[in-house]
Ligand binder design. Structure first.
Ligand code: PEP
Ligand code: MG
Length: 956
């Protein structure tokens, strides 16, 4: 990412003219290894197309798209010219910022610069700056403005107490991207300040990204600390940005007008009183930006010049951004939007000029603002289209006959049938509504209809998992936070569909931003109900299904799309995007529909009717399979079905190899309720209780008593079978909403697992106490996640042993998860001290192969059967057995039929898998002899790739 630093700055340069300045810059970029020789021609060509003078004594020379190939690394170099260089048209440049960018990263730089560009005498200051530090400070510009607009105000919210109001205020700030997750928890710790007239004030600087103020009022008057509570200000404080607002608020209070705020029924009144950005109730129009490189300096300049021709205000905002609208006449403000191709611009113009101005601006954008543009794909061109556009990049080719594709295995089973490619529906609707009562009624009618539809789906759903998803959908529909935001937009004159979908989309984006795969996938649920209501509002019918059993091909499939499908007609599901933990995958598994997700954009180019063969267990797709491939698949499907039946019949027996070697098969569960199904499916114990899921199910950290009750429920359900519990494994990629964690550039390599809990001994101790109390001398094994050093293990062990003196437990073992390569390599040392190891192959694979386990395109290659991962498991088992300790595997690999012989052959003692897989894993063990498995494992250790290992086992 492009950022400005002092190392990039060369002070006191001189150049007689612009060509000489460009030459100097090019030499600097070449000397610093950012570009190849020849980039100068790119800089010159770009200036010939139009000056890169930005204003305020700054120019931003950069190459043309043709010279991008000469860029080795993205970066910038800044040359100060105190004597100035004439950049043409009498514009004098004191600072030239040379950009080497492979793509449109320079838009980010422009965004950074725009704050400085607002300063009136910046050019002179840049000229006279005497140190790189001073120059950088000038570029970083004026302090950020306080964000305060209609979206930051929520009036009459259904809150029961002060805490709920704080949550709501923090949520508004988070939606506006002013704060990171966890700001609500921060505010809960801060002492609230009573302002009088029932108004309260809270502020903090922690986790603040940019300054913002939210104001919330309760539906019914509340009391807090014995005083009335009619309104709460939550300030995300940064620098002095809020000073003016504070002064204004004090003035209001002194004038005795504080009650006006608590009683306000519309955000406009609050904004007018506080001096925030009052929403203009003006005509608006939207259009997708077609410029290949976004709204960069040249087209922005054309746009600003055109806007300036109209005598009246014109604002512009990005529809999918929480940022407020900016003046369309200001070049720097336009650049600060950082608009990219395909993003939808909304122009808002003063009524007197709206007709002419909006038409002219839309026409100019459509024509490319002085650049040659490729029109956007048809769907995106429609002025108002829900963001469902799938932009298939031109490089992606349609799969050809016989081609094999690999996706993420989401629901097992082999399916064959013609492709039925469903393209996203476009919804066309007006932005402004007829009148508030009409739009309100339309929305209510649509919501009633969708609620009825969902109730029907719940009644018809056989599987509990599906019913639960629809119950969640109903709750989402009734979520007061969503409905209030929609109501406030309707009051401002938006149409029902426009208001509804903007709120849903903003909430879905926010969910995705949580950086937790599981939570982010819930965004699909939000969009799913969003689409249903929108379809109802726009009178759009779903596309008809073909009559013969088919394979449904979609970009991403919503859970309700899947649940509405008839398994007798839908043979399989194939999606371009998505992960195996998405609800739609869960629904597919529950319905028994084989599914592959995340197979890549190319599948969207398949023709409807094209025959496909899909193996949802392996994630393989074959396009137009030959007769031979089809026959093999049919045979395999029959064999698998027979095997599953036989395995189910013996699920409650132990798993012993043909030569008498027993392997324990345990279950992975995430909630206490899961234990019943696990035992019924034949689990000999729980091998991994993911306690973070228990924490995530609560809106604040569950106290010791709540935790103890949960753990007790699991131990009761196990009736004497062992329970292996993992202590809280959060942080980094899966934050807890109520636990503020600083944002990390690379969360998988950051503060997560044991690293985090050791920093919060209070949380860890309370969890350990709850576990020890719940044990009641039943077999309890506690393991610590993400251990990477001996020191971490010792600290965790010592803490547990200390608590054990307080709460004795007879049958307790302490172990660690092997998820980090360093732990596996240290196993010979650790094995002397631990009671057991449990290998978390999901993480161990990602860290060994350096592939993010949730990566949209690479995760399919993160195969735990890679010989490097097997080597680490081998080291672990050898070390453990040398000291009489046991080893389990609790990652997904344990349930992979091809992995079972190898893991048994490596000497693993226990396999812990999801309840559904227990019978199959046990059956897999029974087919083996230990001797053969050992020799197979030894051969695998000598191979070079996961594919070779898979081929080896498949050959057996
Ligand atoms: C693992 O990493 O293999 C594991 C079991 O832990 P989780 O998937 O919960 O990170
Ligand atoms: Mg893990």
């Amino acid at each position: 990412m492009l950022e400005l630093t002092i190392e990039q700055i060369s002070m006191a340069q001189s150049a007689v003219d612009k060509p000489a300045a460009l030459q100097l810059l090019a030499e600097k970029l070449v000397a610093d290894g950012l570009v190849a020789e020849g980039y100068l021609a790119g800089l010159q060509a770009r200036e010939a197309q139009g000056s890169t003078f930005l204003g305020q004594g700054i120019a931003i020379p950069h190459g043309t798209p043709e010279t991008r190939d000469l860029v080795f690394a993205t970066g910038v170099r800044l040359l100060q010219f105190p004597q100035g260089v004439d950049w043409g048209d009498g514009q004098i440049v004191y600072l030239a910022i040379g950009i080497a960018a492979k793509s449109d990263e320079h838009l980010r730089l422009l965004q950074l610069l725009t704050r400085a560009l607002g300063e009136t005498d910046l050019g002179q200051a840049l000229r006279t700056a005497s140190t790189p530090e001073a120059l950088l400070k000038l570029l970083q510009g004026a302090p950020q403005e306080l964000a305060l607009d209609a979206q930051m105000i929520s009036l009459g919210v259904a809150a029961e107490d002060f805490e709920e109001l704080v949550w709501r205020g923090a949520r508004l700030l988070r939606q506006a991207d002013c704060v990171s997750n966890g700001f609500a928890a921060v505010l809960q710790q801060v002492e609230a300040l009573p302002l009088g007239d029932g108004l309260w004030w809270l502020h903090s600087e922690q986790t603040v990204k940019k300054p913002g103020l939210a104001f919330v009022t309760p539906q019914h008057p509340l009391r807090y600390l014995g005083q009335p509570l009619t309104g709460l200000f939550c300030l995300a404080s940064l620098g002095e940005a809020h000073q003016a607002l504070l002064e204004r608020l004090c003035g209001l209070l002194i004038e005795g007008r504080g009650q006006e705020l608590g009683r306000a029924t519309n955000p406009r009144a609050v904004l007018e009183a506080l001096g925030g950005d009052v929403p203009a109730d003006w005509p608006s129009a939207r259009i997708g930006l077609p410029n290949a490189h976004g709204l960069h300096a040249r087209p922005a300049k054309v746009l600003a010049q055109l806007a300036k021709r109209f005598e009246g205000e014109i604002h512009l905002r990005l529809v999918d951004s929480a940022e407020p609208a900016v003046s369309a006449k200001s070049l720097s403000k336009l650049l600060s939007l950082g608009a990219r191709r395909g993003q939808v611009l909304e122009f808002i113009a003063e009524p007197a000029i709206a007709n002419d101005a909006l038409a002219a601006l839309l026409a100019a954008v459509e024509e490319g603002l002085g650049e040659e543009v490729e029109p956007l794909p048809a769907v995106a061109e429609v002025a108002v289209v829900v963001e469902e556009t799938v932009v298939v990049t031109p490089k992606v080719q349609a799969p050809v006959a016989g081609q094999q594709l690999q996706g993420i295995a989401a629901a097992p089973g082999i399916a064959m049938g013609p492709a039925h490619v469903q393209v996203p529906q476009a919804f066309d609707y007006p932005l402004r509504g007829e009148s508030h009562p009409v739009e309100h009624q339309r929305l209510q009618d649509a919501l009633v209809q969708v609620r009825e539809d969902i109730e029907g789906l719940i009644r018809r759903s056989q599987a509990k998992a599906i019913r639960e998803i629809f119950v969640t959908h109903q709750e989402m529909l009734d979520d007061p936070a969503l409905t209030e935001e929609v109501a406030s937009r309707l009051k401002q004159g938006e149409s029902a569909p426009a208001a509804w979908i903007s709120v849903i989309e903003a909430a879905a984006r926010q969910q995705e931003a949580l950086q937790d795969a599981l939570l982010a996938e819930r965004a699909a649920d939000l969009r799913d109900i969003g689409r249903r209501v929108l379809a109802q509002l726009c009178g759009v019918q779903s596309a008809d299904e073909p009559s013969q059993p088919y394979i449904l091909v979609m970009d991403e499939v919503g859970p309700s799309d899947v649940a509405r499908l008839d398994p007798a007609r839908v043979a399989g599901i194939l999606t371009a995007r998505g992960g195996a933990t998405a609800h739609s995958a869960i629904v597919a598994r529950a319905l028994g529909i084989p599914a592959i997700v995340g197979a890549g954009e190319a599948v969207l180019l398949l023709k409807s009717g094209c025959p496909l063969m899909l193996d949802g267990q392996r994630g393989h797709l074959v396009v137009e399979p030959s007769e031979e491939v089809r026959q093999r698949a049919i045979e395999e499907r029959e064999t698998r079905a027979r095997r599953q039946e036989a395995a189910d019949a013996r699920r409650l027996e132990t798993a012993v190899t043909r030569d008498g070697h027993a392997v324990e098969v345990f279950a992975n569960i995430g909630e206490s309720a899961g234990v019943k199904a696990a035992v019924e499916q034949g689990a000999e114990g729980v091998g991994l209780l993911r306690t973070e899921l228990i924490f995530m199910a609560h809106s604040q950290a569950p106290d010791e008593a709540i935790q103890e009750a949960e753990y007790r429920r699991v131990l009761d359900g196990l009736a004497g079978r062992p329970l292996v519990v993992r202590t809280l494994d959060v942080g980094g990629d899966k934050p807890l909403p109520y636990w503020p964690i600083a944002k990390e550039e690379n969360p998988f390599l950051g503060v997560r697992g044991i690293r985090l809990t050791l920093q919060r001994p209070d949380v860890m101790e309370s969890q350990l106490r709850a576990l020890l109390r719940a044990a009641d001398n039943r077999p309890l094994r506690i393991m610590f996640p993400m251990v990477g050093s001996v020191e971490e293990w010792r600290q965790a062990r010592d803490m547990t042993e200390r608590l054990r003196l307080e709460i004795p437990v007879a049958d307790l073992q302490l172990g660690i998860m092997i998820e980090v390569p360093s732990a596996a390599l240290l196993a010979p040392v650790l094995a002397k001290e631990v009671d057991f190891f449990s290998v978390g192959t999901n993480d161990l694979t990602q860290y060994t192969l350096a592939i993010d386990r949730g990566h949209p395109t690479l995760s399919a290659q993160a195969d735990g059967l890679h010989p490097a991962v097997l080597q680490l498991i081998d080291i672990t088992v050898r070390a453990a057995h040398a000291h009489g300790k046991w080893v389990g595997i609790c990652g997904e690999l344990a349930a992979d039929p091809l992995a079972v012989p190898l893991l048994v052959g490596l000497g693993v003692d226990e396999l812990s898998v999801s309840a559904r897989s227990i019978a199959e894993v046990k059956a897999g063990v029974r087919e083996l002899t230990l001797e053969h498995a050992k020799s197979l494992a030894q051969t695998a250790l000598g191979l070079g790739s996961a594919a070779d290992v898979r081929a080896l086992v498949e050959k057996q």
